[in-house]
Ligand binder design. Structure first.
Ligand SMILES: Cc1cc2nc3c(=O)[nH]c(=O)nc-3n(C[C@H](O)[C@H](O)[C@H](O)COP(=O)(O)OP(=O)(O)OC[C@H]3O[C@@H](n4cnc5c(N)ncnc54)[C@H](O)[C@@H]3O)c2cc1C
Length: 389
């Protein structure tokens, strides 16, 4: 298994260390050009690296104190979709700045009436010559207030069945007609926004894939979103990681009573299980397999795990835990309080826990889909199309 990493003299390790010796303080662009930002991507963007090489690169970069550009929506979700469905020209246009972190991206998928049932989206894109004219409203758009680009789903054929009339676009966030309104979260911070689109014009060359074939590509994005959120760490890669949480739990006296000790042991075991599941997902991605259902298992486990760790730290802080900073800077100034409040979002974003369980039930366990309610005359329950259609 990939956790048994090769020794220090493994030629692949030596190769990374040689590169680091020549680039002791690499810029984001140098990392991107070396293929070290997304090593599992195909060449020329990555190194088509298998799990072991990826972990070796991660390990060597960490040892050298080198951090990759922090650009998760771009690298984790938009990039893989452009790789899967974009033309060569589109890949050359957008991937370099995704990899070197110079462009940030947001995801404009969810709408007030289309979250789990994403294919119910109503934002409309009408063709007008060489452009589409887009009208509608998106919500929960993380970082839309600071992104240069957005991946956007819009309905191009309102007469088609709901999954078949959707197209996938790349939206320049500086286009006239876009209004982004902040949503302040209970942490006091602002990650996500409402995005209003009024007569927004998108050139046809910014459509990814064929017209009305957007749902297929949306599934690529959603699958990668699950992978990237599931492997991101206890708070999707933000705030303290599992190791820091476990150290904090020990410092705050987890060993003092048997119940707390038990909770801490459970958290520690889950951390290891999640690492191993992460390795399986990387292996599946590298083989070219769809890691969808396994990523759902990991996401469903990781989100609850993140909440459990944050609650444990909070419980161990005693009366002090009642007081915490709740402002825009809380993520930096009081990561434990911020993390505790943010952890509520884990089981909602990127497909809720219930939707992950539907995916596991239908795709892995072969269980039947949700039945339509009988005798009430009511329409069938909405399909959780964020995952399973
Ligand atoms: C921190 C965070 C960041 C986000 N960032 C983005 C972003 O950048 N871009 C974006 O487009 N969206 C984003 N979202 C939105 C996210 O994808 C949606 O919140 C999520 O898909 C759920 O949709 P909803 O909020 O409309 O809830 P609903 O779909 O209305 O669900 C309400 C409840 O019903 C349950 N439910 C719904 N359908 C079923 C079913 N078939 N079976 C069982 N239970 C069901 C759900 O599990 C949930 O408990 C973000 C959300 C969060 C929390």
């Amino acid at each position: 298994m990939a956790r048994n990493l090769p020794p220090d003299d493994d030629p692949r390790r030596v190769g990374v260390r040689d590169w680091l010796a020549n680039h002791p303080e690499p810029t984001a662009r140098q990392l991107a050009e070396a293929g070290y930002v997304a090593p599992h991507w195909p060449e020329p963007w990555g190194l088509a690296a298998g799990p072991e090489l990826q972990l070796i690169i991660d390990d060597e970069l960490a040892r050298a104190g080198v951090e990759r550009p922090d650009n998760p929506i771009a690298v984790g979700w938009a990039g893989p979709t452009i790789l899967a469905g974009g033309t060569d020209a589109q890949q050359r246009r957008w991937l370099p700045a995704i990899l070197d972190g110079s462009d940030e991206w947001c995801q404009l998928f969810s709408e007030p009436e289309a979250g789990s049932d994403l294919a119910a989206l109503r934002t409309r894109a009408e063709r007008d010559g060489d452009e589409y004219v887009v009208n509608g409203q998106k919500i929960w758009s993380t970082w839309a207030n600071r992104s240069q680009w957005g991946i956007l789903l819009a309905r191009t054929d309102p007469t088609a069945r709901k999954h078949q009339g959707i197209s996938y676009f790349v939206l320049d966030m500086a286009t006239p007609g876009i209004e982004v309104r902040k949503i302040i979260e209970m942490t006091g911070g602002n990650h996500f926004n409402e995005t209003f689109l009024t007569d927004v014009r998108i050139p046809v060359e910014n459509r990814i894939g064929l017209e009305n074939d957007g749902w297929r590509l949306a599934r690529v994005t959603l699958g990668n979103e699950r992978v990237s959120l599931s492997e991101g760490g206890v708070l999707w890669g933000m705030g303290p990681d599992a190791e820091a949480c476990l150290a904090e739990i020990t410092d705050r006296g987890a060993g003092t009573d048997p119940v707390t000790r038990q909770r801490a042991a459970r958290a520690s075991i889950d951390t290891t299980v999640l690492e191993l599941l992460g390795d399986r997902i990387i292996e599946a991605v590298t083989r070219g397999d769809d890691p969808g259902a396994e990523a759902s298992i990991r996401k469903a486990m990781a989100d609850v795990h993140g909440q459990a760790l944050m609650s444990l730290v909070k419980d161990l802080s005693g009366p002090d835990g009642m007081v915490g900073h709740q402002d825009a800077e809380a993520e930096e100034t009081d990561p434990w309080h911020w993390g505790y409040l943010f952890s509520r979002a884990l089981t909602i974003g990127g497909g809720t826990s219930e939707v992950q369980r539907n995916i596991i039930g239908e795709r892995l366990l072969g269980l039947p889909r949700e039945p339509a309610p009988e005798s009430t005359g009511a329409p069938p329950a909405p399909s959780p199309s964020r995952g399973t259609e």
